[in-house]
Design a protein around this ligand. Structure first.
Ligand code: NAD
Ligand code: MG
Length: 348
C-alpha cells in the first residue's frame, strides 16, 4: 500500500493507493449515518456491485448518472441534491464518488453545498482522476457559457485509489491520463520524467508496481504544488503546462475530437517547441520531451486548425492577464515558467 498525506492543516487527508482496494473500501470510510454512492452508468456496471458489497452493512443509497462530460451540469446537480433530500441524508451522512473526473467533480460539488457541506470520499477510477482531479480540492460543473465555471474548493475526507480499476479503461482514456503524468515530470521533477521514459512500456501495460509508484509520485507533486497554493494564486499555475494550447484545441474541436489529456499532450509538444524557439530550452531537452510525447500513440499534426482560430480560443482562457495569453513554458529540465504573450506574439 502506498500513501500520500495531503497536509492542509484541519483539512488534511490521505490518498491510499493499492490494487484491489475497492474490496476493502469500508476500512477507509470512517463513520456516517447514511452513505450516498455517486457513480456513472459505465462505472456502475463495472464496479458498482463491488462497491455496494463493500458497503453492505451500511445504510447506503446510490445515484448513477449518464457517463461523460455532458452530465457535468447544474441540472445533474439539482437531480442529485433532490435525491439526497429524498434519501434523508443529514449532516452526518457521507458521499462517495466512484468514477472518473466527471463523477468526482459533480459529487464533490454536491457534497460541498448540501446542507452547506457534508464529507465526501473520492474513489477515482480513471488514470486522469487518480493523478489529477481527485487531488487539489477543486469541484464543479460546466455552464453553457463555459467549462468549470461554477464550483467550490472542497477537500475530500480521503482518496482511495484502486489501481486495478485501470484495467478496464479504454485506451483513449488511458492516454488521457498519461498526458497529465508526463506533465508532472516536465513541470516539477526531471528524475520522474526519466522514470516515466524508462518504465514507459510497463506503464502502458498497467503493471501494478509501476502504476502504484507513478500514481503516488503524481499525487505527491500535485499535493506539493497545491499545498503551497491552495486557492490558485501563484505556483499552481505551473499545472497548466500544455493546457493553454490544449484548451484551445478542445475549444476549436468543440470537445469532440480529443480527450482532455490528448489535447494536453499535443499542447505540451507545441509549448515545448515555443520554449525552444524562444531560446528558453536547448534542442537536446526539447528532443527529449518530443521523443517521450511521441511514444504515446497520438498524432501531433494540428495543421488542420488555423493559428488565428486557436489564438482566438486561447484569448478566452480564464488564466489570461491584461489581455495577454498565459503560457507555461519549460525553462530547464524539471522546471517551467509563466510567459504572457499578446495574440500576435504566439508562434510555434
Ligand atoms: P470521465 O469521468 O468522463 O471518464 C471517462 C470515461 O471513462 C467515462 O465514460 C467513464 O464512464 C469511463 N470510466 C471511468 N472509469 C472507468 C474504468 N475504470 N473502466 C472503464 N471505464 C471507465 O473523464 P476523466 O478523464 O476521468 O475526467 C475528466 C473530468 O475531470 C473533466 O470534467 C475535467 O474538467 C475534470 N477535471 C477536474 C480536475 C479538478 O481538479 N477537479 C482536474 C482535471 C480534470
Ligand atoms: Mg488537465
Amino acid at each position: 500500500m502506498e500513501r500520500v498525506l495531503i497536509d492542509l492543516k484541519d483539512k488534511s487527508y490521505t490518498i491510499h493507493i493499492e490494487g484491489g482496494l475497492l474490496k476493502s473500501l469500508s476500512d477507509y470510510l470512517g463513520q456516517a449515518d447514511k452513505w450516498l454512492l455517486i457513480t456513472d452508468d459505465h462505472v456502475d456496471q463495472l464496479y458498482g456491485a463491488a462497491a455496494e458489497d463493500a458497503l453492505k452493512n451500511k445504510e447506503m443509497y446510490k445515484v448513477s448518472i449518464p457517463p461523460g462530460e455532458g452530465s457535468k451540469t447544474m441540472e445533474t446537480v439539482e437531480k442529485i441534491l433532490a435525491s439526497m433530500i429524498g434519501f434523508g441524508l443529514t449532516r452526518k451522512s457521507k458521499v462517495i464518488a466512484l468514477g472518473g473526473g466527471v463523477v468526482g467533480d459533480i459529487a464533490g460539488f454536491c457534497a460541498s453545498i448540501y446542507m452547506r457541506g457534508i464529507p465526501f470520499i473520492q474513489v477515482p477510477t480513471t488514470l486522469l482522476s487518480q493523478v489529477d482531479s481527485s487531488v487539489g480540492g477543486k469541484t464543479g460543473v460546466n455552464l453553457p457559457q463555459g467549462k468549470n465555471i461554477v464550483g467550490s474548493f472542497y477537500q475530500p475526507e480521503a482518496v482511495i485509489i484502486d489501481t486495478d480499476t485501470l484495467k478496464t479503461l479504454p485506451k483513449k482514456e488511458l492516454v488521457s491520463g498519461i498526458g497529465e503524468v508526463i506533465k508532472y515530470g516536465i513541470i516539477y521533477d526531471y528524475n520522474f520524467l526519466q522514470n516515466i521514459k524508462n518504465n514507459f512500456n510497463e506503464m502502458m501495460e498497467l503493471q501494478g508496481e509501476t502504476m502504484k509508484n507513478i500514481i503516488k509520485k503524481c499525487c505527491e507533486i500535485k499535493a506539493e504544488v497545491v499545498i503551497q497554493d491552495e486557492k490558485e494564486q501563484g505556483l499552481r499555475k505551473i499545472l497548466n503546462y500544455g493546457h493553454t494550447i490544449g484548451h484551445g484545441l478542445e475549444a476549436v474541436t468543440k470537445y469532440n475530437k480529443y480527450t482532455h489529456g490528448e489535447a494536453v499532450l499535443i499542447g505540451m509538444y507545441y509549448e515545448a517547441l515555443m520554449a525552444k524557439n524562444f531560446g528558453y530550452i536547448g534542442k537536446g531537452y526539447f528532443e527529449e520531451i518530443e521523443a517521450l510525447i511521441r511514444k504515446v500513440d497520438i498524432t501531433l499534426d494540428i495543421t488542420e486548425f488555423s493559428l488565428e482560430a486557436l489564438v482566438e480560443a486561447m484569448m478566452k482562457d480564464k488564466k489570461n492577464k491584461e489581455g495577454k495569453i498565459s503560457f507555461i513554458l519549460p525553462k530547464e529540465r524539471g522546471q517551467v515558467k509563466e510567459v504572457l504573450l499578446s495574440s500576435d506574439e504566439v508562434v510555434w
